[in-house]
Design a protein around this ligand. Structure first.
Ligand code: GRF
Length: 187
């Protein structure tokens, strides 16, 4: 059965685009949700006719926590993919929806919002990307797949992150393909 998938993203959405373009996957992207009104990912969704919505964090984080659960539930997802979503999801969310996240480091190394910068600062020769199940922690859930990327001598944060994102666009698609049969039992 076709997997109903909701994408969460805050930024340019190139990873989201790779999922949208993955016609080989038996998925239907039923919504793209963002916390940033100016996020390019919302435009990408509109271009291909996927319902999209911005859910900004207003004055109350508690209200947002409720809103993100309710708005996501309305799309009845079988799987949620956090693809560059820069918010911690509340426990109610991750307990309710199977959710995966893609993170630009080889977890458990360099969790958090500045993974690429932190890897450069640490002087590692190899970094990469990780796709993991999301739990209530910050980049702590069980690892599903990882891919290495070498750090080159003249890399800065931008060049290194671009090379990581290049492999992330295929890593996310192969990882979704890998977990779809496991979700089948619940779909
Ligand atoms: C990716 O590096 C992803 O691992 C991280 O945010 C970035 C999203 O890139 N969580 P984009 O906005 O999809 O281009």
């Amino acid at each position: 059965m076709t997997c109903r998938l909701v994408i969460l993203a805050s930024g340019t959405g190139t990873i989201a685009q790779a999922i949208i373009d993955a016609y080989e996957l038996d998925i239907k992207v039923v919504a793209v949700l963002s916390d940033q009104i100016a996020s390019q990912v919302l435009e990408r969704a509109k271009t291909v006719g996927i319902p999209s919505e911005c859910i900004p964090v207003g004055n109350s984080r508690e209200l947002w926590n409720i809103e993100i659960v309710e708005k996501t539930a309305a799309f009845e997802p079988d799987l949620v993919v956090s693809a560059g979503f820069m918010r911690i999801l509340p426990p109610d969310f991750v307990n309710r929806f199977p959710t995966i996240n893609i993170h630009p480091s080889l977890l458990p190394d360099f969790p958090g919002a500045h993974a690429v910068r932190d890897a450069l600062a640490a002087g590692v020769l190899t970094t990469g990307s990780t796709v993991h199940w999301v739990d209530a922690g910050v980049d702590t859930g069980p690892i599903i797949t990882q891919m290495q990327v070498p750090v080159l001598p003249h890399d800065d944060e931008r060049t290194l992150h671009e090379r990581i994102k290049k492999i992330e666009r295929s890593l996310i698609v192969t990882t979704i393909a890998l977990i779809l049969p496991k979700l089948e039992q619940h779909v």
